[in-house]
Design a protein. Structure first.
Length: 304
């Protein structure tokens, strides 16, 4: 007895066998010319209104992207191709040529919910799908300014300035001509700033060896790297002088809030009053030591 799995394109039938593994030769021995294969559909699952669904909302192709497309987009789902691949494909192959520095966008949506509601709910998300291509230099972006103070640094964006630190270099927030992406990478207690996103990866003997970007060379297996894209900067510009093991602080360039500033002022004022009080006590103690008893109270200083 055989269990049919699925039909494809009306010409192929994929099925699995019960019991021992049977190859094509064994199948051909059991089926002769003129034999019939009877196929029936059995649906013993839950009814439609009790089932859940996973829906991919991918939209339509953008005609403006066609000059960069080497073939029409392809929707793939279900068929896994090579039987050694363990998975269910559920994707869109855009088949677009993206050169270095280009930005390709394709916004899609994954919707989950009741199977019975898919047909009514999914179309509302279709206008929100989006596909576009921006070639190097087409995006405007904003300035990214790196500031540092000792071993700590941060960034200011656009017209914003930094309330502390020294301006080291200025880059852009989007891919730009003659600029490369700069990353802040950490591996355990080590950090790196620059364009080499495999800085902490184990070295390779040849260019054909696998790049193990998820490994921190020399660290234990539970230590994993982290990446943060800072922006796009000149590869040999001022930013290349930033030293390793610098500490990136997210809010480095943000000025303290009014509440924080007021608290700092109050702290400073309290520290000043405490110092004045300590000086008063010391002066009072010295007065006791230096004054005869009968003249003591006439020489006690007043606390400011």
């Amino acid at each position: 007895e055989h269990h049919i799995a699925r039909a494809w394109c009306g010409t192929h039938i994929y099925y699995c066998t019960e019991g021992e593994d049977i190859d094509a030769e064994k199948i051909n021995e059991n089926f002769l010319g003129g034999d019939e294969i009877l196929v029936s559909h059995v649906n013993d699952g839950k009814p439609k209104d009790e089932n859940l669904a996973l829906t991919l909302i991918y939209g339509n192709e953008n005609p403006s992207v066609h000059p960069d497309r080497w073939a029409n987009s392809r929707l793939r789902f279900g068929k896994i191709g090579d039987r050694r691949r363990d998975g269910t494909i559920f994707t869109v192959n855009s088949r677009v040529d993206v050169e270095g520095g280009d930005v390709y966008l394709h916004r899609q949506h994954i919707m989950t919910g009741d199977l019975s509601a898919v047909e009514s709910d999914a179309p509302a998300w279709l206008p929100d799908t989006y596909e576009d291509m921006f070639h190097l230099g087409e995006l405007e972006g904003r300035d990214i300014k790196l500031y540092a103070e000792e071993d700590t640094f941060g960034v200011a964006i656009g017209e914003d300035s930094c309330y502390q630190g020294e301006l080291l270099c200025i880059g852009r927030s989007v891919p730009s001509i003659d600029m490369v992406p700069y990353f802040f990478i950490t591996c355990g207690n080590n950090s790196y700033i620059g364009p080499d996103n495999y800085h902490f990866s184990p070295p390779r003997e040849t260019d054909q060896d696998t790049i193990r970007s998820y490994v921190c060379d020399g660290e234990s297996n539970d230590i994993r790297p982290t990446w943060k894209l800072l922006g796009y900067f000149k590869e040999a510009g001022e930013c290349s002088q930033i030293f390793d093991n610098a500490n990136y602080v997210e809010d480095f360039c943000e000025a303290p809030s009014k509440a924080e500033a007021l608290m700092e002022d109050n702290t400073t004022a309290c520290e000043g009053k405490w110092q004045t009080f300590v000086a008063f006590i010391q002066n009072l103690f010295n007065t006791f030591l230096a004054s005869p008893a009968e003249n003591l109270f006439s020489r006690i200083p007043l606390f400011p």
